[in-house]
Design a protein around this ligand. Sequence first.
Ligand code: MG
Length: 349
Amino acid sequence: MSVVEVKTGVPYKIIIEHGVLDRAGELIRPLTKAIRAVIVSDANVAPLYGDRVRNSLEESGFEVSEFVFEAGEASKKLSVVEKMYHFFFEHDITRTDIVVALGGGVTGDMAGFAAATYLRGIDFVQIPTSLLAQVDSSVGGKTAVDMPFGKNLVGAFRQPRIVLIDPDTLNTLPEKFFRDGLGEVVKYGCIRSLALFERLEKENAADITDDIIYECVSIKRDVVEKDEFDTGERAILNFGHTLGHAIEKLGNYSGYTHGEAVAAGSAMITRISEKNGLTEKGTAERLEAVLLKYGLPVNSRFSDDEIAAATKGDKKSSGKSINFVLLKSIGECFLKKLTAEEFKELLDK
Ligand code: MG
């Protein structure tokens, strides 16, 4: 078992432990006066793990109900959150009760958003079951839903009371979604940890998942502690994301998973920055080799012009310029503000 402490406004622990699903109740009980707990989960994860978490919560004295929605990014919308609010109301959830998000990134983001807004905010807990959620989205307190005009455009900052990561849940994760998470794992190596990147090169990621999870959440913890509300340093977590979001959008959010789009975006931006002398020579090639090793794309089927045009609506943009995250070398990154025209120039060089 390893524990990572996050010292945000409301501090909390991230517990990485095999079998921790069965200890959810005992670990959550001391954190809350809640009488009721609502498990929020999707139709893929609920049948696999819902009962174990429910039993554990009931053994610790919680009255448990379960809200299950259709799996997939398409569910991450306000109309599903509204159904959740109705469900909370019908099950007498009060301000002191607790929401338990059990599932991948969609579940965590959406259940977190419902918890952040219902009755102006109730406590929630993250139990991430996908690699992407375990290494990235369950930590840091960003909650959101998608809008028809873009991903994650309506949301709130609200930190969970605890994050419980059971690496055993990865055993049931389809290969495609393991790869999806690896897109973000490679990102963490690129921006902050040459050591992690080298392990991804030399070893097989599936054999070292515990270490990968610990390393990624530790990096995210360090960044989030310094910039909880995303006004500065937290931007480095968006390496590969500006172009990645454009690629996801051009693929109508079904052509590429988030991790695949981030992989393609990070390879593309690194080729551009290396070509322009901003990144140490050989970095792009090394990054591409690792991405290809894990079956991740290093290119998209869209043209540079299409991608450049699609970056314009990015929510990371401020005013006229976009804050790009570039690598100095593997393990070291920096921010560079570029206008659309300046970006186009780099692209065309
Ligand atoms: Mg991401």
